[in-house]
Design a protein around this ligand. Structure first.
Ligand SMILES: [Fe+2]
Ligand SMILES: [Fe+2]
Length: 200
């Protein structure tokens, strides 16, 4: 049985919900949203590869993150094709204030650092999945709705995947405790950032 987008969206542990004003903003400037979406997929690929490169002492991390990086690169390619069909150029990356603010909460000692970097990836995956579910739900029937429904489903597997990676490296209790703290941080950050026609 395929689970519905609503089930995916409400299974995410996010502490605050994105408001419908965000969806309206995206639908009002969809080309801008698409260009930003492409850059998010490229950054998701880069973040997964950064974890592989920066923390070679955790081999358990490598297979999971290489797999994730590969999937994000495929997503990037899919969104780039969509941009090309619509004659939208790949823009320069804009500063992602959401991710930038999340990163200020990353601790520096090495073990805490890797756990927090994984948590940042997990938070970004969860919030992106929530928003792709909202877009897929709001779009009229057609290829774009199918496209975003598939994206939402794929992104829905990433939050649990990153959490599983963290639990291979650290005790389950350690991960769960820090996850609770990160969910509170993420909720504050998401609410501080004004809505724009972008993923975050
Ligand atoms: Fe993705
Ligand atoms: Fe993802």
């Amino acid at each position: 049985m395929t689970i519905s987008l609503h089930e995916i969206q409400y299974s995410l542990p996010l502490r605050s919900a994105t408001g419908p004003e965000w969806t309206a903003m995206v639908l009002g400037d969809f080309n801008h949203f698409l260009a930003d979406h492409a850059s998010c997929e490229r950054k998701a690929h880069a973040a997964a590869m950064m974890l592989v490169n920066r923390f070679p002492e955790y081999p358990a991390l490598q297979d999971i993150m290489i797999g994730l990086a590969r999937e994000e690169l495929e997503h990037f390619q899919q969104v780039v094709s969509l941009l090309r069909e619509r004659n939208i150029p790949l823009g320069a990356d804009e500063v992602d204030s959401y991710v930038k603010r999340l990163l200020t909460h990353v601790r520096h000692p090495r073990e805490e650092h890797i756990l927090d970097r994984l948590m940042v990836v997990a938070m970004v995956e969860a919030r992106s999945c929530e928003r792709f579910c909202m877009i897929a739900d709001a779009l009229p029937a057609g290829p774009l709705k199918t496209f975003y429904t598939e994206f939402a489903r794929a992104e829905g597997t990433h939050f649990p995947l990153v959490l599983r990676a963290a639990k291979k490296l650290f005790l389950e209790d350690t991960v769960n405790e820090r996850l609770e703290e990160w969910l509170a941080i993420e909720s504050d950050v998401a609410q501080e950032i004004p809505y724009r026609a972008t993923v975050h």
